[in-house]
Design a protein around this ligand. Structure first.
Ligand code: PLP
Length: 415
């Protein structure tokens, strides 16, 4: 690091001040985590230099003997971790892995049925601003108005009416377990491919803390940097019969050269995820998010669906009369990082929103448990209901003192 500091002090300062930012606050963004120094070492390695278009043993470049070993390890470990027929570890991100599904199974203009964005889906599930909605015909299901959980009856009705080529399950703000068996049956009834975008919860599957979609789905795409705690990237696993189509869709259809340093970091991460410590971590991520949601519910901040089975809770702030945008700004001013989020049937515009999303992957990595979640619920409640977007405000300062105590006792990247 000394060399970088001497050559480019401006960027060195950014790296250090970002570490300082992580250490000084409570990171409650549900899609973030703190990957290990071992993963970061692989990411910052000379494997970044290597062009390796193709797949192990079948490259379009010379000199791939060493990166081949890294990619084969990543593939083998990924298949073993998820008990999958086939794995492709080259996607640059979750969105790239999703693109490959469209590339493999759909022609432009063909139909996909997926969760709507305002009800918890993802941009790449057919929204108009994304390639997926511009080039494909997307039909969306949502959550049931009473349960606020995925409306499987609506999904079935729409599947029968529209007969999509692909049915997608998963999203970015779904606090409950998804009924993969039911969706498999719906997909079979209409002859559709069943795709699970497991970006958010795949880490919980890796730790065997929740049921796996792999036995049911044709293809499961995911990011590797959320609960999974690997490098910022993507991957997919699929049934053997789809392996060739999905490999071709990743390369050469959607991507060029794979990022071999990131693939090595994925291999490291998959090895970490196979350990009993990681399995224990994933169980604690869930008990923590349940404790946090319960603590907030007691204080009048209602978790949609009444709670959570996963690493995240979606909180409806209408009961305390604060918008998601204000809540995010007030929490931020006190050192609590969370994000505003639309809730189902939100009366506010997406940029304002009536909810916030909180997740426990980071704070659990730091070793916090249920007692700390009760404290965090209280801190969030005070910041959101009495606080201010000004960090100098007395309430921001008071909450910040509570945050300081927690992050001192449970440091991120301990020295
Ligand atoms: N799919 C889901 C469900 C996600 O939540 C995300 C990211 O948050 C993605 C896909 C896209 O992942 P990336 O940001 O790596 O492209």
């Amino acid at each position: 690091f000394g060399g970088l500091r001497a050559f480019d002090p401006e960027i060195a300062d950014v790296l250090l001040s970002e570490l300082g930012r992580i250490r000084s606050g409570l990171q409650l963004i549900a899609s973030e985590n703190l990957s290990s120094p071992e993963v970061l070492t692989a990411l910052g390695s000379t494997l970044s230099n290597k062009y390796a278009e193709g797949y192990p043993g079948r490259r379009y470049y010379g000199g791939c003997s060493e990166v081949d070993k890294a990619e084969q390890l990543a593939i083998d470990r990924c298949k073993a971790l998820f008990d999958a027929d086939h794995a492709n570890v080259q996607a640059h991100s979750g969105a790239s892995a999703n693109q490959a599904v469209y590339g493999a199974f759909l022609k432009p203009g063909e139909k996909i049925l997926a969760m709507s964005l305002p009800h918890g889906g993802h941009l790449t599930h057919g929204t108009k601003v994304s390639f997926s909605g511009k080039w494909f015909d997307a039909v969306h299901y949502g959550v049931h108005p009473e349960t606020e959980d995925v409306d499987y009856d609506e999904m079935e009705r729409l599947a029968k009416e529209h007969r999509p080529k692909v049915i997608c399950a998963g999203g970015s703000a779904i606090p409950r377990l998804i009924d993969f068996e039911r969706i498999r049956a719906i997909a079979d009834e209409v002859g559709a491919i069943f795709w699970v975008d497991a970006a958010h919860f795949i880490g919980l599957v890796a730790g065997k803390a929740i049921p796996s979609p792999v036995p049911f789905a044709d293809v499961v795409t995911f990011t590797t940097h959320k609960v999974l705690r690997g490098p910022r990237s993507g991957a997919l696993v699929c049934k053997a019969e789809h392996a060739a189509a999905l490999d071709k869709a990743i390369f050469p259809m959607m991507q060029g050269g794979p990022q071999m340093h990131t693939i090595a970091a994925k291999a490291v991460n998959f090895k970490e995820c196979a350990s009993p410590e990681y399995a224990d971590y994933t169980r604690r991520v869930i008990t923590n998010s349940q404790a946090l949601a319960a603590g907030l519910a007691e204080r009048g901040i209602r978790p949609t669906t009444g709670g959570t089975d996963t690493h995240l809770a979606l909180l409806d702030l209408q009961g305390v009369g604060v918008t998601g945008k204000d809540a995010e700004a007030r929490a931020d001013a006190a050192g609590i990082v969370l994000n505003k989020n639309a809730i189902p049937n939100d009366p506010q515009k997406p940029g304002i929103a009536s909810g916030v999303r909180v997740g426990t992957p980071c704070v659990t990595t730091q070793g916090m448990g249920e007692a700390e979640m009760a404290t965090i619920a209280e801190l969030i409640h005070v910041a959101v209901t009495q606080g201010d977007a000004d960090p100098e405000h007395a309430v921001s300062q008071q909450v910040r003192a509570g945050v300081d105590e927690l992050v001192t006792a449970f440091p991120a990247y301990p020295r």
